[in-house]
Design a binder for this molecule. Structure first.
Ligand SMILES: Nc1ncnc2c1ncn2[C@@H]1O[C@H](COP(=O)(O)OP(=O)(O)O)[C@@H](O)[C@H]1O
Ligand SMILES: [Mg+2]
Length: 256
């Protein structure tokens, strides 16, 4: 697969991603720590991919960054400022999150789904929110599908609507949690290409993925997690071709 030709970009939009820093982040559900002292830095405009077995704490990490689940200790810094000192709504506007399941409103068109978020979160007028919604949909290659409802779109197209909805907030960082895992195989590439295009155009991205080809080609940094800790991190070629730990060697032998 190649990730060098993103879906057509009509407006040549460039992003100014902010830095994202996790400092000794520890997270728990009840008494059980599921993330322990995780530190990592995502430089502005770069992409970090997180890989690791199921249950290793990848989703929990993203939930902590976005304040969907409050960290137990440690810090998350966006552009150098602690997100823990900001309102959760502010954080979620500045940091977009795309899940495996798209959560679009079924009775709204693609354009209405994106516009609704803009009106609710940003308080924009109907006309302005629809104008921006159409721009963002064009950007993800769905200009011709703006009037379609989710049931008339493929899974890949629905996921691109969800990405357009997140982009419409003008986030400084985008988080992806297995964004292609629920898609039929033939639809995966289009979404990965779109994500690669965002990376190329300056977005700061933290991407949890099982797509090792994507991680190798697109990531500036790959982080391997196991049992709530970062086991290894580094450039894709180092991690994939010269894994140091036995755990990463075993993981790669299972997934590649
Ligand atoms: N809401 C929750 N309540 C209790 N435990 C949870 C909850 N969500 C996840 N966990 C547990 O936390 C650990 C990390 O889960 P998760 O972050 O979802 O891992 P991953 O995304 O890497 O598969 C797992 O042991 C999981 O069972
Ligand atoms: Mg997960």
């Amino acid at each position: 697969m190649t990730y060098t030709s993103p879906v057509p970009v009509t407006d040549g939009h460039f992003y100014e991603g902010s830095s994202l820093e996790l400092v000794d982040l520890t997270m728990a559900y009840g008494d059980i720590d599921v993330l322990r002292d995780v530190s990592l830095t995502v430089a502005p405009g770069t992409t970090t991919c997180i890989i690791g077995p199921s249950g290793s704490g990848k989703s929990t990490l993203l939930r902590g960054v976005n304040r969907l689940h409050e960290p137990k200790s440690g810090d998350v810094r966006l552009a150098g400022q602690s997100v823990l000192k900001q309102k959760p709504d502010t954080v979620r506007r500045r940091i977009g999150l795309v899940f495996q399941h798209f959560n679009l409103f079924p009775d709204h068109t693609a354009e209405q789904n994106v516009a609704l978020a803009l009106r609710n979160v940003k308080g924009l007028s109907k006309a302005e929110s629809l104008r921006i919604a159409r721009e963002r949909l064009a950007e993800v290659g769905l200009a011709e599908r703006a009037d379609h409802r989710p049931r008339d779109l493929s899974g890949g197209q629905q996921q691109r609507v969800a990405i357009a909805r997140a982009l419409a907030m003008e986030p400084e960082v985008m988080l992806f949690d297995e964004a292609t895992s629920a898609l039929d195989p033939e639809l995966v590439k289009g979404v990965l290409n779109l994500m690669a295009g965002l990376a190329q155009r300056g977005m700061t991205m933290l991407v949890v993925t099982h797509e090792m080809g994507f991680a190798r080609k697109v990531a500036d940094q790959v982080v391997f997690m196991d049992e709530g800790r970062v086991v290894e991190s580094g450039a894709p070629a180092d991690l994939f071709d010269r894994p140091q730990s036995e755990r990463l060697q075993r993981f790669l032998s299972e997934v590649l």
